[in-house]
Design a protein around this ligand. Structure first.
Ligand code: F0G
Length: 459
């Protein structure tokens, strides 16, 4: 991998989707109508869509081909058994329940494992994951290392867990109150930052001693494995496939949003090595999703996921995938734009607090910046700051240290020229940053407010 020739994509294009080009006047109107919330823009008004890497992947010809072979039987679909086999083979988990996407798996698992008053430690929260833990009666505690909350700290494994923080929770509440540690690989809200195998092994050692499960949010596990291969001693010569299997082997079960790593547009699953948990999940899934051999998915979707899992574990694929993100991040650094470092796996996270230091957090710097980036270049990004963090049970705002705008890169979708335009647009906004005013919230929904909240500019 360390040759002088730069990476390039291990695929070529067979079909393209034409985009509508807009001007800044049209975009100023569109974002105003969307209440300065990029989630409420119409996608046809967006030129480069970096809202998320979720469900926005390009599927391969093999995946599209497999669509035609989907077995749409209500029960016992052939496609289910293919998916089950792929998950057992590549991830190593024993029992599998398909779900329509990641949060459905989180819902079912939280309902089974969490009792009222339980404590769920995790390496930084994710919005839907934490909400399901709370709705099931649990309380989430962040046990990620402190470095993860500092956007410029260059720790190579900012997803690591601080075992002493976990130990404090165990001492305070007792291990019986902790049904599992909620462990994410390539932590999304920290900026797509990996956990090291060494840290995971320490965590396994500690949790075994205290009889606490590890439930793995494996949404971006292959990207995490890529960083382990690049950065961790002893893993240079291991393949992504081997590293992923090893990561999973140190955990007891998983929830997965296949819409990311696994290169599809919809799908997810719950996996466990425990028969009792599986049995309950198999029963609950029929209440919320569908029979346990389709769980809210079409047979064709399960076919595409089975193939996507395998494609995601190809070393050349991951090198090009993370390489493209690194290319964009390096350009942004050249333009002096403050981004989270090290550059993460699924996108570039711009630090809105340093970008717009004249705004306080209640003027929503990241929300404001996302709106400006859209007006500038038709580029849609996502707020990952105080709006996404929501409110505590006592009604107060969570005030996360990280106030970020996420430029998330869909897999196998955009070109290097698109990356140039994105960096140039961000640089233009940076040049006029001093004139940018903040926002005020004028509508706030009760759950996961970032999706539908509306804002107005401060005069
Ligand atoms: N876990 C992580 C780490 C995620 O990033 C997501 C989704 C989920 C769970 C939930 O999965 O969307 O399939 O229900 N993240 C998307 C994002 C929405 O844009 O980061 P889902």
């Amino acid at each position: 991998m360390k040759s002088k020739i730069s990476w390039a994509e291990p695929y070529k294009m067979k079909m393209v989707e034409l985009l509508k080009m807009t001007n800044s006047k049209q975009r100023t109107k569109a974002i105003k109508e969307a209440g300065y919330n990029t989630f409420l823009l119409k996608s046809e008004d967006v030129y480069i869509d970096l809202l998320t890497d979720s469900g926005t992947n390009s599927m391969s010809d093999r995946q599209w081909g497999a669509f035609m072979t989907g077995d749409e039987a209500y029960a016992g679909s052939k496609s289910f058994y293919k998916l089950e086999k792929a998950i057992q083979q590549f991830y190593g988990y024993k029992y599998i329940i398909p779900t329509h996407q990641g949060r459905a798996a989180e819902n079912i698992l939280s309902k089974i494992l969490i009792k009222k008053g339980d404590v769920i430690p995790g390496n930084m929260y994710f919005t839907t994951t934490r909400l399901h833990q709370e709705l099931a009666g649990g309380q989430f505690f962040d046990i990620i290392i402190d470095e993860a909350h500092d956007p410029f700290n260059e720790h190579p494994f900012k997803g690591n867990i601080d075992i002493s923080k976990l130990d404090k929770l165990v001492k305070k509440y007792g291990a019986k109150k902790i049904p599992y540690v909620s462990l994410a690989t390539n932590v999304n809200l920290a900026g797509g930052q990996p956990i090291s195998m060494e840290n995971l092994k320490e965590l396994r050692h500690y949790t075994k001693k205290h009889k606490i499960r590890i439930i793995h949010d494996m949404t971006r596990v292959a990207e995490n494995a890529y960083f382990i291969q690049q950065r961790e001693k002893g893993y240079e010569k291991k393949s992504i496939k081997e590293i992923v299997k090893e990561i999973c082997s140190h955990t007891d079960g998983a929830t997965m949003s296949a819409k990311k790593d696994a290169l599809v547009n919809i799908g997810g699953f719950l996996a466990t090595n425990e028969w009792d948990v599986y049995e309950e999940a198999r029963n609950l899934v029929v209440v919320y999703e569908g029979l346990h051999t389709y769980g809210g998915l079409a047979g064709r979707d399960m076919e595409a996921i089975a193939i996507g899992i395998e494609e995601s574990l190809d070393d050349f694929h991951q090198h090009a995938r993370v390489g493209q993100v690194e290319y964009l991040g390096t350009k942004m650094i050249e333009y002096k734009i403050p981004i989270v470092k090290p550059i993460g796996g699924h996108g570039i996270f711009v630090d809105a607090k340093s970008f717009l230091p004249h705004l306080n957090q209640e003027q929503y710097p990241a929300q404001t910046l996302a709106a400006e980036i859209y007006i500038e270049g038709g580029i849609r990004t996502m707020e990952r700051g105080i709006v996404s963090a929501g409110r505590k049970s006592n009604g107060e705002n969570h005030k996360p240290k990280l106030e970020l705008v996420r430029f998330t890169i869909p897999r196998r979708v955009y070109t290097q020229a698109h990356m140039d335009v994105i960096a140039e647009s961000a640089a233009s906004v940076y040049d006029r940053r001093k004139h940018i005013k903040g926002l005020k919230m004028i509508y706030e929904p009760k759950y996961l407010r970032f999706f539908q909240a509306k804002f107005e500019t401060i005069k």
